[in-house]
Design a protein around this ligand. Structure first.
Ligand code: EPU
Length: 339
């Protein structure tokens, strides 16, 4: 039996720690729970959002609809090829626990993505990535329930239309798909992916060690701990903005004015760290009321305790405006704003 609750505080369900309320709230523990939910009038008559770890969204105010928290659990062997193993992972599994489980069982590929907060079901939605790896590099397929038809559907990797922090789940399937299982194809042989600047620098400090997957996993954990705030200590949702991508002529104009501007080349375009732009505008470490910009990384907005979603939203708008004025670039939010 499913149990739909009313007027529930979402404070413990979002990593920003915003004390917004949900008009209706339900935890689903199985695919059958979801089928039951589809029949209810609370589901049919309300706006809905699906929550995993609540680590990539900002509640701007109370949510007058239905919040669905997916708690389906389990990791199962699905099959293998000559050198790879396919695992079926339930969407309610914790992402970092899953990455660690893989490495412990000598299944490799995802180790650079350890310590990203959130659940497995959210990973394909925004195609999480860090330190030169994106989850799409190891994704096999995604199973979801289409809430408009009630059918279980499967999309393969190509159909997921993965891009930088985007996928079909933020496009055509937005608001329709309730992800139930994600399939990853991991390698049984470890191929290091350690060229990202931060990882290289950290490994070079202990150059006598020959790194293995577990060592890289722990290195990434250490780097993240140093640079990114733990939501259990300070409310935040990781990178608040996406890194903007500009073409060559715009980049060269910027480079003339800001010779130290960092960039990554991707498909003949220039991806510029939003953190650099925000820092140059003087925001790093600044606090405004109950919120602010983290002092160790300017891409992270933080809640010092009692910030409202609206306060953080306003801060983000002010940051966008100053970056737009100084650099002519309009930052796009990575975090999803729920109104
Ligand atoms: N930088 C600054 N000021 C800062 C921080 C960084 O100028 O305060 C500049 C530095 O030049 C630095 C560059 O920005 O070399 C890149 O910084 P970092 O390596 O920390 O990466 P990022 O571009 O800021 C992206 C992802 C992160 C991911 C890291 C590592 C996005 C929006 N963010 O951040 O993902 O962990 O790379 O791969 O693409 C997330 O999405 O929530 C997230 C944390």
């Amino acid at each position: 039996m499913i149990n739909i609750l009313e007027n529930i505080s979402l404070k413990r369900y979002n990593t920003f720690g915003i004390d917004a309320k949900a008009r209706y709230f339900i935890k689903v523990h199985s695919i059958d729970d979801i089928f039951d939910l589809l029949q209810t009038k609370q589901f049919q008559e309300n706006r809905r959002i699906i929550l995993g770890g609540g680590s990539n969204l900002l509640f701007r105010s109370d949510f007058q609809g239905l919040v669905i928290l997916v708690e389906i659990k389990g990791v199962h062997f699905e099959g293998s090829t000559k050198s790879n193993t396919i695992l079926k992972v339930a969407s309610g599994e914790n992402w970092t626990d899953f990455v660690e489980l893989c490495v412990k069982n000598r299944l490799y590929g995802l180790e650079n993505l350890v310590s990203i907060p959130g659940k497995v079901g959210a990973a394909p939605v925004q195609n999480i990535g860090a330190y030169g790896v994106e989850q799409k590099d190891y994704l096999h397929k995604v199973e979801y329930i289409d809430s408009t038809t009630g059918n279980i559907e499967v999309v393969d990797k190509d159909e997921c239309k993965f891009e930088y922090r985007s996928s079909v789940f933020k496009g055509n399937l937005e608001g329709k798909a309730i992800i139930t299982n994600v399939y990853y194809e991991l390698s049984r042989e470890w191929k290091p992916n350690i060229n990202y600047k931060d990882i290289k620098q950290e490994l070079d400090k202990f150059s006598f060690v020959k790194p293995d997957a577990e060592y890289v996993l722990n290195t990434v954990k250490r780097i993240r701990k140093r640079k990114l705030p733990d939501p259990l200590d300070i409310g935040n949702a990781g990178s608040f903005f996406k890194n903007p991508v500009v073409d060559e002529s715009q980049f060269l104009t910027l480079k003339e004015k800001y010779p130290d501007i960092p960039y990554f080349l991707s498909n003949d375009k220039y991806k510029i760290p939003a953190a650099y732009l925000i820092e140059k505008c003087g925001w790093k470490g600044r606090s405004v009321g109950n919120c602010g910009v983290y002092d160790k990384h300017s891409l992270i907005l933080v809640n010092y305790g009692n910030a409202s979603g609206e306060e953080i939203y306003q801060l983000s708008e002010n940051i966008r405006q100053s970056v737009q004025e100084q650099f002519g670039i309009l930052l796009e939010r990575e975090v999803i704003v729920v109104e």
